[in-house]
Design a protein around this ligand. Sequence first.
Ligand SMILES: NC(=O)c1ccc[n+]([C@@H]2O[C@H](COP(=O)([O-])OP(=O)(O)OC[C@H]3O[C@@H](n4cnc5c(N)ncnc54)[C@H](OP(=O)(O)O)[C@@H]3O)[C@@H](O)[C@H]2O)c1
Length: 330
Amino acid sequence: MAGATMMAVRVHAFGGPEELRYEKVPVPRPGPGEVLVRVHAAGVNPPDWYGRTGFANIPEAIRVALSLPFTPGSDISGEIVALGPDVTGWSVGEAVLGLVRFPSRGGRGEGYAQYATAPVTDLARKPAGLDHVRAAGVPMAGLTAYQFLYDHLGLGPGDGKGRTVLVNGAAGGVGHFTVQLAKVLGAEVVGVASTRHREFLAGLGADRFVDYTATPVEDVVRDVDHLVDTVGGPDAHRLLPVVRRGGTISPVFLGEYHRERAQRLGIDFRSGQVHSDGAQLAELVGLIDQGLVQVGVDSVFPLARAAEAHQRAERGHLQGKIVLRVAEDW
Ligand SMILES: NC(=O)c1ccc[n+]([C@@H]2O[C@H](COP(=O)([O-])OP(=O)(O)OC[C@H]3O[C@@H](n4cnc5c(N)ncnc54)[C@H](OP(=O)(O)O)[C@@H]3O)[C@@H](O)[C@H]2O)c1
């Protein structure tokens, strides 16, 4: 049973990784429809460190307002230790993972802590064969890949056959899940990443690898059906020649795609914001449990060293996920 206090990481002022403070705070109480989870591992995602800076990299008009202090982190894997009012169908002792209250809390999911509350609708059961570190790497990045392919592109089992999906930023959190889910759907997959990810992506099933540090992808690839771009940025439009007429671009992050020109080229845009969904997460976890999808782990840091995890994230060029190890007794 949880005590009255716990250790958590909190941001008291917007700024660099040094603003992440490891400190004692009260254990939260689960509200109606929620459970209290003893967190074993917490995933690190870009909104965690964007939020730490006050979303300085996001245009002001669409910036989420965060009140200080707050505990970042929306990806958790752990064990249910208490049930809130009105919770049925879930038990104390069950191992669970989830993308918690995203995007409603906008990066303030309170996952960088020894305990976190979570609506049960955000959770999936963790299979025994998936350890907590890898499980914590799944929710946000995995659900983004899942929702882009299944919801935004409307693909279902077998629909990928005869189609080519190009994943830009293929080795990162979202990218490596997108590569694998596109393969599960039957597509031919082109992965674009820097040199050191070649073997990693081949191991995940990518049919073709383009090392963008050696060759601009727009020089060597044409006529893909779907481009999933996890990179974006001001020169994202350079990728237009890669997509066939009638094909789609799915921007995962903000980018300048010269949309009028894209429209003239017959290219459609399909995109959206990832959101918590326990049922979809359970389907994705099922694919992982069957060995059809792997979780790449770039690096693991203890919760108390969350600042180093953010420094690693900001250096970029990730291969899979960064995870915070919270509990040491498993
Ligand atoms: N729309 C949504 O709901 C949603 C959801 C999740 C994430 N996102 C956003 O999507 C972005 C990616 O998230 P993530 O978690 O996957 O990040 P990540 O784990 O940091 O991965 C980014 C990947 O991009 C690669 N990369 C960097 N520059 C590149 C370039 N010029 N060309 C090709 N690859 C390049 C990096 O490795 P290499 O350079 O070594 O190849 C890295 O593997 C973030 O900006 C995040 O905020 C949006």
